[in-house]
Design a protein around this ligand. Structure first.
Ligand code: H79
Length: 479
């Protein structure tokens, strides 16, 4: 990007000299050359944000790869009905209530009048994430319902204009995240059940209630794309997000070309931004993987509610998951995962080279539900002792999954995460082609553990009981 004007200047300088030093037919050739070069440099300019060297890409992805653990926040008007409409409840996800409870747009809009998150406390939200060991926050700027929880100048359907709250909580959250050292990022839905150009009226079932797929109004695409781009410009220039996390891209009218164009647009506004693969059409269902070649837009794959059995070798990826069964708040969803499952998911994902984006669904009052807060505190307690085995690590060096648990690696060391403590206290570790120099518990680095190396691996002598029954980490240093 930066070199571009300079190159153009050099070309222009050279052409000026050629022009001065030539006459007649020769001048025609110079003009031709000029036109040719102009065309070239323009196409380079258009592609610039897409094409980067491996080193440039590594630099851009660096903080994200090191972070490994982030907080997803689904917060919007759906927190008002909180999973119940006219007495109707559902097993389905809370933020989809407009669709599954068939709520007409005009009715759904009324939730805005009841969205008054007076208990919202940006400092507290960021503290909860930070204490859990999370390094970034991704919040729904606009979900499928089309409602913006930031102050959008190009829409009145936002928290500042349409709710009694009349404030922009996102400004506070972005500032607080920055202050506490977390990266602040946005989710943005391409699917929109509210913007008039983004759906067609149909007789019978109210299409504005929200559908899995929508059709745009005839001729509405350009208008809707313009609106989306304006909102994205607001989000990027006002809050400087580290990631844009698109969703709702599976609509028939959304093409891979649209995705590529949007990717370029977003990168042109903030060249170092990171964008998920749902900007384009490269994901394969919920396993969420973009192809590895240059064909599809997006920087990382997005498995949803699942952890790929063998990771996604060769690409960046992030599993997003809920702690209960919904993203947006549902007051009666009490199917909570245990801290053990959540912590082991984090380890499992890191051992496969991915990031863990763990969701909370705050209430319409602005509170992160207590069961979520408790679980995040438990993760934080574990991370305080064992964070070094997660941050900045890469996938397990072992070709097969370990019987006792998982492993992650860093230069010169391997972290062994023990889920199943050996009854005899001898931890058998298969060989991975390195010479071991030292072994110790991450919880007690000063005390070395005895080990014996054999041809097919090593045996580490552990204390008789697990230090942490969820996962005790053994550090193995290598030559
Ligand atoms: O924001 C949360 C959910 O509301 C949203 N994504 C998370 C992060 C979401 N979850 N489920 N869905 C949206 C419904 C989409 C389901 C599908 Fe498909 C669309 C199934 C078939 C078409 C995804 C795209 C799986 C296959 C293609």
């Amino acid at each position: 990007m930066k070199n571009h004007p300079q190159i153009t200047q050099i070309i222009l300088f050279g052409l000026r000299n050629l022009w001065i030093g030539s006459k007649g037919q020769c001048r025609m050739k110079v003009l031709l050359l000029f036109a040719l070069l102009l065309g070239c440099s323009a196409s380079v300019g258009a592609q610039q944000s897409f094409v980067e060297t491996k080193a440039q890409r590594d630099q851009r992805m660096r903080w994200w790869r090191e972070a490994r653990f982030g907080m997803f926040i689904h917060w919007g008007l759906y927190a008002v009905p909180a999973g119940e409409y006219n007495g109707k409840r559902s097993e389905r996800i809370g933020e989809w209530i407009m669709e599954w409870a068939n709520i007409p747009r005009a009715e759904y809009e009324k939730f805005a009048g009841q969205f008054n998150p007076i208990k919202f406390d940006a400092k507290e939200w960021v503290r909860i994430a930070k204490e859990a060991g999370m390094k970034y926050i991704v919040i729904t700027s606009k979900h499928h319902d089309g409602f913006a929880i930031y102050n959008s100048k190009v829409s009145n359907y936002d928290i500042d204009d349409a709710t009694p709250y009349r404030r922009d909580p996102i400004k506070e959250l972005a500032a607080e995240a920055k202050k506490q050292g977390l990266k602040f990022c946005f989710y943005y839905s391409i699917l929109d059940w509210h913007y008039p150009a983004a759906y067609v009226d149909a007789p019978g079932k109210d299409p504005s209630a929200g559908n899995r797929t929508t059709k745009l109004k005839p001729g509405g695409k350009a208008e809707y794309l313009k609106y989306m781009k304006e909102q994205l410009r607001e989000l990027i220039t006002t809050y400087e997000p580290g990631v844009l996390w698109f969703d709702g891209e599976w609509q028939e009218w959304w093409t891979e070309a649209d995705g590529k164009e949007l990717y370029r647009y977003v990168r042109s506004l903030k060249p170092d931004i990171i964008i998920n693969n749902r900007v384009g059409r490269g994901r394969q269902g919920m396993q969420g993987m973009s192809k590895t070649d240059q064909e599809y837009a997006g920087d990382f794959g997005t498995p949803e509610q699942q952890i790929p059995a063998n990771g996604l070798p060769g690409v960046d990826w992030e599993s997003c998951m809920t702690m209960n069964t919904t993203w947006g708040f549902k007051f009666y969803d009490d199917k909570w995962k245990s801290p053990e499952v959540i912590i082991r998911n984090l380890i499992d994902i890191a051992s496969k080279g991915g990031n863990y984006l763990l969701n909370v669904g705050p209430t319409a009052e602005g509170l992160i539900p207590a069961p979520s807060v408790e679980r995040l505190a438990a993760v934080g307690k574990w991370m305080k002792v064992n964070g070094a085995s997660i941050y900045g690590t890469t996938a397990s060096p072992f070709p097969k999954q370990l019987e006792f648990g998982r492993a992650t690696s860093k230069a010169g060391r391997v972290y062994l995460h023990i889920f199943d403590w050996p009854a005899d206290g001898n931890l058998r570790v298969p060989a991975w082609g390195k010479t071991v120099t030292k072994a110790y518990l991450l919880a007690n680095p000063k005390k070395s553990l005895q080990f014996i190396e054999g041809n097919d691996g090593m045996t580490v002598q552990l204390p008789s009981q697990a230090v942490d029954p969820i996962a005790t980490v053994v550090v193995v240093e290598t030559k």
